[in-house]
Design a binder for this molecule. Structure first.
Ligand SMILES: Nc1ncnc2c1ncn2[C@@H]1O[C@H](COP(=O)(O)OP(=O)(O)OP(=O)(O)O)[C@@H](O)[C@H]1O
Ligand SMILES: [Mg+2]
Length: 290
């Protein structure tokens, strides 16, 4: 697949929040590099649109109508601002404004029906106190989306990219995306593999050598898939998600790229525990590739 195909159609859910501003800026930057088409979407919903609550509180129709109208007007403004930003950057943009829908449900359906290649979304609506955790819509989209999701958590800079490899086909696909971004942004790329240290704790230091050999093999194999860019390789020991988050923080990484799944044969969850943990707790923005 050529690099333009990877990011051909980008969906940017917007809600007028601060984190959404960063998401819009990063989406614009990627769209410019990859000549992507962008759709901005806003779901104007409030709790009283829910049929259960409507029935429970029996609010007069005139009040509900006014609330609806206020949300709709706010939504129009949010969409207008977003469209303007993309247009000014010379990007082809269209928009969707919908009401009376569950935001996550609607976005997931849209991603599927319109076959988006990438969703660029802010990490949460408001609260600065939990800057690095995820809002519920973002969490649902990250878990269930059929296409890759880029969760934007900080300023839209793409200078340092870290991709976490575990030898799985999912991580290899993630690596493909990381390489394309690295090329387009002339960024620094690092490949990180973490060997779980559980065995070392049980089996003692001699186990360490064996793990090291396995880790080197995984990194070597991943390296053969990187062409046309320089990169660093890192092998660490410990709990994978914890170490990946720590390394990314220390190196001030802009985007961590992971596969949605890894080596585990358990298919109960849509997102593996490592990618789930990273998307929740890393400071860096996170691209989950599927
Ligand atoms: N040990 C590791 N070192 C580096 N990256 C890893 C490691 N384990 C997972 N990853 C990264 O996280 C992604 C998701 O893997 P994850 O382990 O979360 O899923 P899983 O193996 O399917 O599920 P789980 O391990 O939770 O049972 C991988 O594609 C890879 O990018
Ligand atoms: Mg795993």
């Amino acid at each position: 697949m050529s690099n333009k195909q990877l990011f051909k159609k980008i969906l940017v859910p917007v809600d007028g929040s601060h984190s959404c501003l960063h998401a819009k800026m990063l989406a614009a930057s990627i769209a410019k590099k990859f000549k992507s088409k962008v759709t901005v979407v806003h779901v104007a919903s409030h709790e009283f649109m829910h049929p259960e609550l409507k029935a429970q509180y029996q609010l007069p129709h005139s009040i509900l109508h006014k609330v609806d109208e206020a949300y709709l007007q706010a939504g129009k403004k949010i969409i207008r601002n977003a469209e303007e930003m993309f247009r000014e950057a010379g990007i082809t943009v269209d928009s969707k404004l919908v009401t009376h829908e569950d935001p996550a449900e609607f976005l997931l359906e849209l991603i599927k029906s319109e076959k988006y290649c990438l969703v660029v979304i802010g990490n949460r609506a408001e609260s600065q106190s939990e800057r690095y955790s995820l809002g519920s819509v973002t969490e649902k989209v990250a878990r269930h989306s059929e296409c890759p999701v880029l969760i934007v958590k900080q300023k839209p800079k793409v200078e340092k990219i870290l991709t976490a490899v575990d030898g799985s086909k999912y991580a290899n696909k993630a690596l493909e995306y990381a390489v394309e971004l690295t090329k387009s942004y002339s960024a620094n790329l690092a490949l990180l593999h973490v060997e779980e240290d559980k065995l070392v704790r049980i089996g003692g230091p001699q186990v360490m050598d064996c793990l090291g050999t396995v880790g080197e093999c995984i990194l070597k194999d991943a390296s053969t898939k990187v062409q046309g860019v320089k990169f660093d390789k890192m092998l660490e020991y410990g709990s994978p998600a914890e170490i990946i988050i720590k390394v990314a923080k220390k190196a001030d990484v802009d985007i961590i790229v992971v596969g949605s799944r890894g080596l585990s044969s358990v298919r109960r969850y849509l997102l593996g525990s490592v990618s789930d943990d990273i998307s929740m707790h890393a400071r860096s923005s996170v691209l989950i590739v599927r």
